[in-house]
Design a protein around this ligand. Structure first.
Ligand code: SF4
Length: 181
């Protein structure tokens, strides 16, 4: 993991390195059975290097707490490691270039369950394993099994900031983690 951190810290593969303060690589356990993959860092993450440390992070903590887990028990990361300016969506080209780090990270962590959070990471992970695109609205909470890995796509926790009903959907989907551990 040390080598990977260095590689990401020195990376200039896409233009996002120019505007970031620091890359946001991961938090939690590097040998966890559960890996959460978000989309890209926001302002708070860019300033601290810690993924999910703002409002969406509080919701993620609440969801982890709901299934009796803490951050230290799981591995949390994003597909894109540097903040897109003004929190715009990550571009296809940025996801493609940064994806190689995520690939290495998945190999190092070797999780039993991968939960992509949100449409970008769900699309990326499902395409990687199934070579097909799915809409997050159709696949959230569904359990996919491939190569001894369980994949459970979920809405991004930020979705619950603006839509109260999403927290119940997320809680229901998080329970699937426990059922598949
Ligand atoms: S977003 Fe990824 S590919 Fe782009 S500069 Fe940062 S680490 Fe490199």
């Amino acid at each position: 993991m040390k080598d990977l951190l260095k590689e990401i810290q020195n990376c200039k593969k896409c233009g996002l390195y120019k505007t970031r303060i620091m890359p946001t690589i991961y938090c939690g356990n590097i040998k966890s059975k559960i890996m959460f993959i978000g989309e890209a860092p926001g302002k708070n993450e860019d300033e601290t290097g810690v993924p999910f440390c703002g409002r969406a992070g509080k919701i993620l903590d609440e969801l982890l707490n709901y299934i009796n887990f803490k951050r230290e028990d799981v591995h949390i990361t994003n597909i894109v490691k540097c903040r897109p300016p003004k929190n715009r969506d990550p571009k296809e080209s940025e996801i493609k270039k940064c994806g190689c780090f995520l690939e290495k990270q998945i190999k190092l962590v070797n999780p039993k369950i991968i939960c992509p959070l949100g449409r970008f990471s769900s699309k990326y992970i499902l395409k990687k394993y199934f070579k097909k695109s799915f809409e997050i609205g159709e696949v959230h909470g569904k359990v996919f099994k491939v190569n001894n890995i369980v994949i459970i796509p979920m809405y991004h926790p930020a979705a619950a900031i603006y839509d109260n009903k999403k927290i119940d959907v997320l809680k229901k989907d998080f329970k699937k983690i426990i059922n598949n551990l």
